[in-house]
Design a protein around this ligand. Sequence first.
Ligand SMILES: Cc1cc2nc3c(=O)[nH]c(=O)nc-3n(C[C@H](O)[C@H](O)[C@H](O)COP(=O)(O)OP(=O)(O)OC[C@H]3O[C@@H](n4cnc5c(N)ncnc54)[C@H](O)[C@@H]3O)c2cc1C
Length: 393
Amino acid sequence: MIDLAIGAELEAEVERVRGLGREFLRPLGIEADQRGAPVPPDHPFFAMAWRMGLGQPLGVEERPGRRGGARRGVVLAEEMSYWDRGMSVAMPGLGLGGPPLFAMGTPEQKERLLAPFRDREHPHWAAFGMTEPGAGSDVAAIETSAVRDGDAWVLRGAKTFISNAMRADWIVVWATVDRSAGRAGHRAFVVERGTPGVEDMRYEHKMGLVAYESSSFTLRDCRVPAANLLGGDRHYAERAGFKGAMRSFNATRPAIAAMAIGIARAAFDVARDFARAHYALERPVPRYQRVREKLARMARKLEVGRLLCWRAADLADAEQPNEVEASMAKAFAAGIAQEATGLAVDVLGDAGVTADGYVEKLYRDVKAMDIVEGTGQIQRIVIARRLVGLPSA
Ligand SMILES: Cc1cc2nc3c(=O)[nH]c(=O)nc-3n(C[C@H](O)[C@H](O)[C@H](O)COP(=O)(O)OP(=O)(O)OC[C@H]3O[C@@H](n4cnc5c(N)ncnc54)[C@H](O)[C@@H]3O)c2cc1C
């Protein structure tokens, strides 16, 4: 049974995000989009937000003695993304780097790698590097190799589209010790900033979500201390490496889905306000009769999408399996978010497609929500395999 109350403490956090969203997140997101470059890490807003305790809402955080981290994550993810999804990922914090550290890291690794993030004076970022030029959906196909050499591991390969990698204190880099072993050969390494062999770091130009960088880089004979093998040798019993990655995705998918709902809600509000303004002027053109019907349908879908996110998050908080629910939330939310931005463009008509219009940006921002953390097609495969009784991985 889903408890729909979020409590006074979280409500106050949402209110705080709302204030910052209106004043900073949306204007900075629009500015980055118009400039065509991410918001730099030394922008004063990041230091201010970090000092206030505000960071990326992604993933399950470790809050000793406190339940509800995943629910908190989806609620804040939706609200931040409502104001600007690009900015919500550009925010300092562990981001996608957090879940694998919490799921697989040794106590020593957690202590050491989380230490910089306790410094609230200077913003810090982490990143998660799985995708390669030749391996996206099929993560088993990663080619970055890891070879043990004394008290270090040597990584060789290339990673692409890694969020915030360029500004990260450390990146969880996935590599393989034995390609013929498939997922059982996967290992996760923490590559710290300044490690020799991390080369060609650059950001990719995206059609939307410009506020944060999606970085690509090469690992050229990159020596990583053995102490940075996430979980240590013992963790990598049969298939445990890949299971660690999967646990990460199951923790972050509901929050990514909630971000799609945030974009959808932003687009919906623009369309609704535009229609309202026309009714208020008593100039309803015939097409607004149909618009009303479309808006009502969209409002229903937004509610359904949010409930799917909350259910997947609540299962994560209860430490119950949530793979199918997380995939359902992600597939549904990304789909309706595209529908909502399309509707907003339709309702506004020519005003919706002008380059200085806000909905035009949302329309470009939203597409990536169907790609990140597993495409819609992949989510449907995960769901279908479970429906017919097959393991999904
Ligand atoms: C904005 C953005 C941020 C990202 N951030 C990160 C990050 O921080 N870290 C990271 O590691 N990666 C990140 N990624 C990469 C992302 O995870 C991959 O883009 C995604 O997994 C898809 O991989 P691909 O792009 O190689 O597409 P492909 O896997 O090549 O897929 C191409 C198309 O084929 C379809 N397809 C693939 N396999 C199948 C199949 N078996 N059956 C049917 N259809 C299939 C897909 O649905 C898709 O439509 C990011 C990507 C974007 C766009």
